[in-house]
Write a protein of this length. Structure first.
Length: 124
């Protein structure tokens, strides 16, 4: 099994509840901004009320903050896929799932049931 690469970065933009732009420190004083898809979760679409609330919650949690990223490879749309840990040790994916902001997702067909505000899960 290949080892994961660990990077440090600063979140510069939150595009929706599970997609961000992060300025990643590549080492040797080299930094580059990447589109990052949060691994293991799917949040409501950004054009829905629940999606807007998910984006706002995630923005409050991580915008302009330092994070630790574990590289999980590219996803189907070419974005980097990573797990994200806050500097206090919080795993962002687990936090969002536990707080019913999104549902666990590892690819495949999404099953959408009912859209609600960021309360009870909006998914099957």
């Amino acid at each position: 099994m290949a080892s994961e690469n660990k990077y440090y970065g600063k979140v510069t933009s939150v595009l929706d509840g599970d997609t961000f732009e992060v300025m990643i420190d590549l080492g040797f004083n080299v930094k580059q901004e990447f589109h990052v898809r949060l691994d293991g979760i799917d949040t409501p679409e950004k054009n829905t009320e629940a999606g807007k609330q998910a984006k706002q919650l995630v923005t409050d949690l991580i915008l302009n903050k330092e994070v630790i990223l574990m590289d999980k490879g590219a996803e189907k749309y070419g974005r980097a896929r990573a797990s994200i840990e806050l500097m206090d040790g919080t795993d962002l994916t687990k936090y969002l799932i536990e707080h019913k902001i999104g549902k666990e997702y590892h690819g495949g067909k999404k099953q959408f049931v009912e859209l609600t505000a960021c309360g009870p899960a909006s998914y099957a």
